[in-house]
Design a protein around this ligand. Structure first.
Ligand code: DC
Length: 212
């Protein structure tokens, strides 16, 4: 079988992460959540007490990110996500991280990368491109349920507002805005549970793999 990359894009909390991990397991591919590379860069700046408006400093941190050391549990924090979406608008930060992500995408036998610009910028030649989305209210509800299930208090209205702000920042930035690639298959999971969404994604990937 020739080398395959599956590109998965979509807004925050659309379910890309879970789908990507399950697809990678199913096909025996390596998986990279590219959001974690932006988060790791942001965390390095936060830890060092460095400012978020100095692109040269942020680029230096981006160049030092180790893809093998990305720890979801550490990087999941809300303030790291906020900081990540601010440095993700910087072209030189993106260039540094995209280069590392492209190198990862070439791992054999295949890879699944998820993020905002995988099908459009990082891996435009990916064999399969999925754009996973859901309404802001559904995504906020899922995040709310997750927080409450972990025993913490959550404010649904604040989460909806946060999801919309994050969408706005991701979709309207000048460099690599979030949008479906022309050849991406759209998967709206608003009305689907995770198992139905996975089965739908797998059908799309299988159909694309059969064409290749
Ligand atoms: O998916 P996430 O919340 O972990 O992403 C964190 C931030 O990084 C988010 O604001 C968008 C940005 N990001 C990006 O610009 N490009 C990617 N390929 C992945 C994430």
């Amino acid at each position: 079988m020739k080398h395959i990359t599956i590109a998965i894009d979509g807004p925050a909390a659309a379910g890309k992460g879970t789908l990507s991990r399950r697809l990678a397991e199913t096909y025996g591919f390596y998986h990279l959540d590219t959001g974690l590379t932006y988060r790791a860069t942001a965390k390095a700046l936060l830890d060092a007490g460095l400012p978020f408006d100095d692109e040269a400093v942020a680029e230096k941190m981006a160049l030092e990110v180790d893809l093998a050391g990305l720890d979801r549990a550490v990087l999941a924090k809300h303030e790291i996500g906020e900081a990540a979406s601010k440095i993700a608008v910087m072209p030189s930060v993106r260039r540094a991280l995209v280069e590392a992500q492209r190198a990862f995408s070439r791992k054999t036998p295949g890879t699944v990368l998820d993020g905002r610009d995988i099908g459009t910028v990082v891996c435009p030649d990916a064999a399969v491109k999925l754009y996973v989305t859901a309404s802001p209210e559904v995504r906020a509800r899922r995040r709310y349920d997750e927080i409450v299930a972990s025993g913490q208090a959550a404010d649904y209205d604040a989460i909806v507002a946060d999801v919309k702000t994050r969408d706005d920042r991701d979709m309207n930035r000048v460099d690599s805005p979030l949008k479906p690639a022309d050849d991406a298959v759209l998967l709206d999971t608003s009305e689907m549970g995770i198992e139905a969404a996975f089965q739908a994604a797998k059908r799309i990937v299988d159909a694309a793999l059969n064409r290749n």
